[in-house]
Design a protein around this ligand. Structure first.
Ligand code: FES
Length: 62
């Protein structure tokens, strides 16, 4: 499934960007362009960041 339709960025690519250190919507945009088009997906990107930090990857982000 696409996280960002404008740029055709799939969920797993956004997840990878977050794991690589893109911890804000703007940082994700710089890393993989997601969220830099219409902006409709930015809430979804924020949710993905939130679930990264609240999920099982917390230790990696500490
Ligand atoms: S769907 Fe991501 S910027 Fe438009």
């Amino acid at each position: 499934m696409y996280a960002c339709i404008c740029h055709g960025v799939p969920d797993h690519e956004v997840d990878q960007c977050i794991r690589d250190g893109a911890h804000s919507e703007d940082a994700i945009g710089e890393a993989c362009q997601a969220g830099t088009g219409c902006g409709n997906c930015r809430d979804r990107l924020a949710d993905m960041i939130e679930s990264y930090f609240s999920g099982d990857a917390v230790s990696a982000a500490a």
